[in-house]
Design a protein around this ligand. Structure first.
Ligand code: SAM
Length: 246
């Protein structure tokens, strides 16, 4: 096994299995993100990554492994992490000899521990930050800054609204549509902190809010590009950023 990956795995054991992603049977995701959208997202993602990543890559919030194999095609080794053990089990069954897997929240202090400083060459975090508590996005981005080597690459994708202010929405997974109903930031936060089956909280970032968050965490955002336009105002936004030295 890759020596750096072994060191990472020694530091990150499986955590408590106390989080369940609200789209438990993947029904909403399967219907609103059909293959054509996934293909568009994948093409954009591929255009933001180098063909070779020298070092270990982190698939942060790997879900059912949609990007795990793609990362493994490029990196020396991959650690795929998700807070939901059922989704990690699906990803592991699909890619088991190509990546290592851990059940852990990205907000866990282990990802800011000294042992893991600079351990990764690349972090890919696709469609996770729009479902975590409001302060969680900043906590996770600052952990990524800690985890990445000095010139490390960060790729992010989040829900995006082309507006002046962010929106918080609730999607009932049985309704199979991507942007649901408006809710207050407080309700979003409560649902993200204590997930309910079938009720997915979604934070839609603006270009300004996303840039500010990424820059504040110590990254330089070089490229931001939308994909998957769901309406004339709503899309997914992908960001390519590099870690700035501290
Ligand atoms: C919309 S899915 C995206 C999954 C995958 N990245 C993809 O593109 O298919 C969001 C994922 O984030 C995970 N997640 C949510 N909060 C998390 C946290 N605090 N730490 C780790 N994973 C988290 C969920 O369990 C879920 O698998």
């Amino acid at each position: 096994m890759n020596r750096v990956l072994q060191h990472i795995l020694d530091a990150v054991t499986d955590g408590a299995a106390d989080y369940s992603y609200p789209d438990q049977d993947n029904r909403m995701e399967a219907q609103v993100i059909p293959q054509a959208r996934r293909d568009e997202e994948r093409r954009l993602w591929e255009s933001m990554l180098p063909a070779r990543i020298a070092g270990v890559a982190l698939d942060a919030g790997c879900g059912r492994g949609a990007f795990t194999g793609l990362l493994a095609d490029r990196a020396d080794a991959v650690l795929a992490v998700d807070a939901d053990q059922t989704r990690v089990a699906v990803a592991r069954a699909q890619h088991q000899d190509r990546a290592a897997f851990r059940v852990r929240s990205l907000m866990d202090p282990v990802f800011s521990s000294e042992k893991l400083r600079g351990a990764f060459a690349c972090v890919s975090c696709i469609q996770v930050l729009g479902h975590v508590p409001l302060n969680g996005a900043a906590i996770i981005l600052s952990a990524f800054h800690h985890l990445l080597q000095p010139d490390g690459l960060l790729i992010l994708a989040v829900p995006f609204v082309n507006h002046f202010s962010e929106e918080h929405r609730l999607v009932r997974t049985s309704e199979a549509q991507p942007f649901g109903h408006p809710i207050t930031p407080q309700r979003y936060d409560a649902l993200a902190l204590t997930p309910e089956a079938g009720v997915l909280p979604v934070r839609h970032f603006t270009a300004a809010s996303l840039t500010a968050l990424v820059e504040k965490a110590g990254f330089s955002a070089e490229r931001m590009e939308p994909c998957n336009w769901y309406s004339e105002r709503r899309a997914d936004m992908m960001v390519q950023a590099h870690r700035r030295p501290t």
